[in-house]
Design a protein. Structure first.
Length: 158
């Protein structure tokens, strides 16, 4: 098994820069359409967890903490259906995150579309959908290249 992989962001930086610019645009769309950082980061973390992307999970856990999400909430994300810590909006967003991450299975089912559409406005739904598209794209780039999980500053000092 080869440990060295093509690093897509270095080999074709223009494409990676476009993806990064897309991600920043999605962040602006989220903010402009009522999706706060807490909700956006919960979605980013869950998609990354579902895809098995430790690199992106680390990045978004750090951003979630900066957005004020506590450790208990973070640890409940993988078991959100059984957990009582998430609001109806968060639960709907997590449902949408799963549908987008596993879109090849059945697309966005009518059940998920109706559930999420009953909680979010059209603009909020679109913003969350673009957030899911963005993080799933990054997850694929990172997983394909086997990017190492970034070291935190506190870990580097230890």
């Amino acid at each position: 098994m080869s440990e060295t992989r093509v690093h897509l962001s270095k080999t074709e930086p223009a494409a990676y820069q476009a993806l990064d610019a897309f991600s920043k645009t999605v962040g602006q769309i989220c903010a402009a359409n009522g999706i706060d950082d807490r909700l956006k980061e919960i979605v980013m973390i869950h998609c990354s967890q579902l895809n098995g992307c430790a690199y992106c999970a680390r990045i978004h856990v750090d951003r979630a903490v900066a957005a004020g999400i506590d450790a208990d909430t973070l640890t409940q994300i993988p078991t959100w259906r059984e957990s009582g810590v998430f609001s109806d909006r968060e639960r709907a967003a997590l449902e949408l995150a799963e549908a987008f991450t596993f879109i090849a299975d059945e697309g966005i089912s009518d059940e998920v579309y109706d559930l999420v559409g009953g909680v979010f406005t059209e603009k909020e739904y679109a913003a969350l959908s673009w957030a899911c598209v963005s993080i799933n794209a990054f997850n694929r780039v990172v997983i394909a290249g086997r990017y190492p999980v970034p070291v935190r500053a506190t870990q580097a000092q230890a």
